[in-house]
Design a protein around this ligand. Structure first.
Ligand code: SAH
Length: 369
């Protein structure tokens, strides 16, 4: 076994038997002592991957103004919660909060609540947000957030939530498990009994079906509170517009793919977000769903080009960097995020589309090839 957490998981499996992918992914990312996010700050060029807010301040600023616009359309309630789910280094929140200062009264109304399980990243967020002068509260779960209207941002949060996987076998959909091979190393396996609740799902033998039950529970709770107490959620992630079959579990270390079983706790593990499932869950909880639209379309609609031009005028020496960052965030070419990442918004029923979601028709499933 290659990592201390991998050895721990192998010992646990030897005692208790194979575990599901959901449990495995949850341990790899969130084990209280040795989980990937528990123990490190993985972001940036020197880390394992780079996220949109780390590419440019423009990303967080634009999302902050999106929140400010919604707040005014909501009738400027005070207090209002500003919530971020999985805030990483706190960069997005800091940039968003700074941008929101231009709206009179908003800063005084804001109560900042961050949902974060990693103590290491909570420390990074505390440090980063100290510069904004706002007071911040942390929560481990969305269920612990106080009541009230809430502006909720989630960037690359849902892709970090553990999923269950089922593989089509002759007898039905059997859960994909992590067990041990004859040498005692972690190895993939399958439950013998099929899952009765999936008896009606169709798919060819060997097909993989993913169920994001944790994401579903969180979306359901947030959509219900938004529909009852007001506010909005904006979720941006790598994922697909239509639910489909396929194994999307991937592990990344130092900007390269690695075997998910090889280095538990040392590699990031993510899945593609199933936006259709999230949208269905939010609608079922009584909220209105907007999009998904692509990240590129959203950022352009929300004024990315104007913001880039302003920044370049202020710092002509940085103009080339700003242009490159804008392309990386919103471009549609190789290695650019504009088309790969999608944005979904949730509001109370009858609120109408938030800015950036109004003009464009939602992505049709055909686009998602
Ligand atoms: N939004 C940030 C970070 C994305 S990485 C950015 O765009 O840079 C995922 C983040 O979600 C990390 O902060 C991680 O610690 C947090 N996280 C993962 N699982 C979580 C859970 N179940 N509850 C709360 N936070 C979680």
């Amino acid at each position: 076994m290659t990592t201390p957490l991998g050895e721990e998981i192998a010992r646990m499996i030897a005692l208790e038997g194979p575990i599901g992918v959901e449990r495995f992914m949850g341990l790899c990312l969130g084990d209280p002592r040795r989980g990937y996010y528990t123990t490190r700050d993985p972001f940036g060029a020197a880390g394992d991957f780079v996220t949109a807010p780390e590419i440019s301040q423009m990303f967080g600023e634009i999302l902050g103004l999106w929140c400010a616009d919604l707040w005014m359309r909501m009738g400027s309630p005070s207090p209002v919660l500003f919530v971020e789910l999985g805030p990483g280094r706190g960069t997005l929140a800091a940039d968003a909060l700074r941008a929101m200062r231009i709206v009179p009264g908003l800063h005084d109304a804001l109560r900042v609540h961050l949902v974060e399980t990693s103590p290491t990243l909570r420390d990074a967020q505390r440090l980063k947000l100290a510069e904004t002068g706002v007071s911040v509260s942390w929560h481990s779960d969305v269920g612990d957030l106080p009541d009230g209207p809430a502006l909720i941002l989630a960037n690359e949060f849902f892709d970090a939530l553990p999923i269950r996987q089922y593989v089509r076998a002759p007898q039905g959909w059997c859960e994909r498990l992590v067990g041990l091979d004859e040498t005692g190393a972690l190895a993939w396996g399958l439950s013998r009994e099929p899952e009765p609740r999936l008896a009606d799902a169709s798919g060819p033998e060997g097909a993989v079906l993913e169920i994001g039950a944790v994401a579903g529970r969180i979306m359901s709770e947030l959509a219900a509170r938004i529909s009852e107490q007001g506010g909005a959620l904006l979720a941006i992630d790598y994922g697909h517009v239509r639910s489909g079959l396929g194994d999307t579990l991937q592990a990344v270390k130092k900007h390269a793919f690695v075997d998910p079983l090889a280095e538990p706790g040392e590699a990031d593990i993510t899945v593609h977000v199933d936006f259709e499932a999230l949208a269905r869950t939010a609608a079922r909880a009584g909220a209105e769903v907007h999009g998904p639209v692509t990240q590129g379309a959203l950022l352009h609609m929300l004024g990315l080009d104007a913001r880039a031009a302003t920044l370049s005028r202020a710092r002509p020496d940085k103009a080339a960097d700003v242009a490159a960052a804008a392309r990386r965030l919103a471009g549609t070419g190789q290695g650019e995020m504009g088309d790969l990442f999608k944005a979904l918004a949730v509001t109370p029923t009858g609120f109408g589309p938030p800015s950036g979601f109004a003009v464009l028709p939602p992505l049709s499933p055909e686009r998602d090839a």
